[in-house]
Design a protein. Structure first.
Length: 325
């Protein structure tokens, strides 16, 4: 089972059980250097929302110009620079360590020595590697949290294996985080959804004797326009403590007035959406009217960051409300 589970991860990072926990993904991926990683981490980690930051699954560990160990060293140094801004909260950084089985162990050892508090890879591409990493690191005072990325899982589900079975086995092997999908309006952006989604979230969190639960990671299209729907769902199902809200492009790709991606602007927009959720103003709004209502509310309350994020993520809804495109 997992080394930490949701409660352990929250204790490790000093996030209260009822406090929404967020994560983000380093983007863009192509051509990213260790220096880029350090700069992105420093900018994102200054936001107290984040419990977790991971690299993208398309960022390879053994690039000549960007080795995982050096990326991790730069990330850890950046985290130290913003530690005082985080009000005592920790942050888990998970570099991407996918490779052949022997490469995974070598890379895990290298990044942990460099200060990584998590690792990220997909067990689909190298069977047995989650258990291997758990066994290799369980002697450490604080083993790295394992983000069990589900890239490639369709190879098995299309072959007739239920996703909930695969997710349960991954939990037993030791993953601390597992992606499902966010609540959102419209056609599914990413699998699982419907009954498959409910079943996966159930097997990841249901009580099992002697086995920690896995922290559900709502990711894949999660943004400022649907975060409130996800928070409401988590509260109604009693899962608030067990969910990490992972927003990649909704944080790192929101552009500022100079037309440049601005993670601070994206994070500020998310915090403003959380303020709306705490007010309860959208609790009774139908899901289909949620974004357009949120657009109007952001205008009335002067939430400029939220207004801009919604304009970029939902341009049609924004125009319907009368705002300029």
């Amino acid at each position: 089972g997992p080394a930490h589970g949701p409660q352990g991860l929250r204790r490790l990072t000093h996030f209260a059980p009822t406090e929404p926990a967020f994560g983000t993904i380093l983007k863009p991926t192509a051509g990213i250097t260790p220096e880029d990683v350090g700069a992105l981490i420093e900018e994102a980690a200054a936001c107290p929302l984040f419990l977790f930051i991971k690299e993208d699954e398309n960022l390879y560990p053994r690039l000549d110009y960007s080795p995982a160990k050096e990326r991790t060293r730069r990330a850890v140094t950046a985290l130290e620079r913003v530690r005082e801004q985080r009000g005592g909260r920790g942050l888990i950084f998970a570099p991407h360590v996918t490779g052949a089985p022997h490469e995974i162990i070598e890379t895990v050892q290298a990044v942990v020595q460099a200060g990584a508090t998590g690792v990220m890879f997909s067990e689909t591409f190298a069977g047995g590697t989650v258990r291997m990493v758990r066994e290799a690191t369980k002697h450490l005072p604080t083993p790295p949290a394992i983000y069990g990325h589900n890239a490639g899982i369709g190879l098995k589900t299309r072959g007739g294996i239920w996703r909930e079975v695969i997710d349960l086995l991954a939990r037993l092997d030791g993953i601390d985080f597992r992606q499902t999908a966010p609540v959102r309006v419209g056609p599914p952006f990413i699998y699982p959804h419907g009954d498959e989604w409910l079943a996966s979230e159930r097997v990841l969190t249901q009580p099992l004797p002697g086995i920690q639960p896995t922290m559900i990671t709502r990711a894949g299209g999660l943004d400022q326009g649907n975060i409130i729907l996800n928070l409401i769902d988590a509260e109604q199902r009693g899962l608030s403590e067990s969910i990490l809200f992972l927003a990649g492009s909704a944080i790192n790709s929101i552009k500022n007035s100079q037309g440049k991606p601005d993670p601070k602007l994206g994070a500020d927009a998310m915090m403003q959406a959380l303020a709306v959720h705490r007010s309860g103003e959208l609790r009774e709004v139908a899901a289909e009217q949620h974004v357009s209502t949120l657009v109007g509310l952001s205008e009335r309350r002067g939430f400029q960051a939220l207004r801009e994020a919604l304009r970029q993520r939902y341009p049609v809804s924004h125009r319907r409300d009368g705002a300029s495109p």
